[in-house]
Design a protein around this ligand. Structure first.
Ligand SMILES: Cc1ncc(COP(=O)(O)O)c(C=O)c1O
Length: 374
């Protein structure tokens, strides 16, 4: 046995590096399909607001200087839209960076975090990096957060509860009543993180909670420009919380996130209501059509408040077969075994041409082999 000291702590050694979905260029090169529909990463398939390009070109003029570390213009725009003060807002390089900040800032030794068993992987990774114990609460049978079980799991050492609302990869959401239950039952010294990465798609759902108008001091909202605004490549997200919480997050952040171009892009995108309206409309219509398609073929799916839909295959083998065969035909999907749901596949809602490509290929590949759970 070697006595050599480990290069890294055990928790880092145990981490698995993120395996991203295939890029369009890789799929083109490998399979040379007639067309490619990238439906794997929940980006906005409509692209981005046209206003973004102009703003970014202008910002190029000052890109040799460091960015505004306080992201004043962007924070003021967000504050003004939501009638809150800018000291309640912090911007970062995507909401994942803000999650990392939360994990690095608030946990004392032995304090734990509670979340669901199948939720956004970023939270598991960031917690593991910090050596935080995570209590993973199984989803309900309908693939929903089990809010009662989460509340019951709170103990003396609980520092934070993380809820992705809507949840990735399931698309399900916690309702107004469930949010009220959380607020009513969870002690005030436990932080509740409401990750609203898909807020722009979910906020029209009638019982989706309006967290910002009922946000006690221990609740932190996370939002992003990666999804509805179509700026995933720029890396911009923001946290809304009590100024005291923001002050602590500011102390531990990397000073110059987001970059100059990203701040300019987000500011321009934030103003373009027409683009957002069009984006959410495409997703609503796409989901309606997809539900019909799955109903017609007796395929089990979860109704989604986000811009993707999760379906359940007979088993992991069937899920692997569908994702790998569809990839060869240029339809990039996400098998979500890494989220702990090996039988399921997540499909991002694309523009109508992409959804037609999905349906035609799915029919051809899967329905011919007819292996679904109904
Ligand atoms: C629930 C949830 N939170 C956060 C993120 C991270 O988004 P970003 O870092 O691009 O803002 C994602 C991305 O898939 C997500 O699904």
């Amino acid at each position: 046995m070697s006595n050599k000291k480990s290069l890294v702590p055990h928790n880092i050694d145990e981490l698995k590096a993120y395996v991203p979905g295939k890029t369009i260029a890789e799929v083109k090169e490998q399979f040379k399909p007639e067309r490619i529909s990238k439906l794997a990463s929940n980006e906005n398939r409509l692209g981005r607001s046209k206003k973004v390009d102009e703003a970014v070109n202008k910002a190029l003029e000052i890109v040799h200087d460091y960015p505004d570390p306080a992201a004043h213009a962007l924070r003021n725009a967000i504050a003004s839209r939501y009638s809150i003060t800018a000291d309640r807002i912090m911007c970062g390089a995507g909401s994942e960076s803000l999650l990392a900040g939360l994990c690095r800032t608030f946990f004392l030794n032995k304090e734990n975090l509670i979340t669901a068993d199948a939720t956004f992987i970023g939270i598991y990774v960031q917690a593991k990096i910090r050596g935080i114990k995570v209590k993973r609460i199984p989803l309900t049978k309908g693939y929903r957060f089990d809010v009662k079980a989460i509340v019951n799991a709170v103990d003396e050492q609980t520092k934070m509860i993380y809820i992705a609302n809507p949840n990735n990869p399931t698309g399900s959401y916690i309702t107004k009543d469930e949010y009220a239950l959380l607020l009513g039952q969870v002690p005030e010294d436990v932080l509740i993180v409401m990750d609203e990465a898909y807020y722009e798609y979910a906020n029209s759902v009638s019982d989706y909670p309006d967290v910002m108008s009922n946000q006690p001091k221990n609740v932190i909202i996370l939002r992003t420009f990666s999804k509805g605004y179509g700026l995933a490549g720029f890396r911009v997200g923001y946290a809304i919380a009590d100024p005291e919480i923001i002050t602590y997050l500011m102390k531990t952040r990397l000073a110059f996130e987001p970059g100059t171009l990203a701040q300019a892009a987000a500011l321009a995108a934030f103003d373009d209501n027409d683009f957002m309206k069009k984006s959410t409309q495409i997703v609503e219509e796409g989901k309606r059509d997809l539900y019909q398609f799955f109903d017609n073929h007796s395929i089990k799916y979860v109704r989604s408040a986000a811009n993707f839909v999760m379906i359940e295959m007979l088993d992991g083998e069937a899920a692997e077969f569908v994702t790998s065969e569809m990839l060869k035909k240029g339809v990039i999907l996400r098998r979500i075994n890494a989220f702990g749901l090996p039988d399921c596949i997540r499909i991002t809602i694309g523009i109508p041409e992409e959804m037609e490509h999905f349906k035609t290929t799915f029919r051809e590949i899967y329905l011919n082999s007819s292996r679904t759970k109904s």
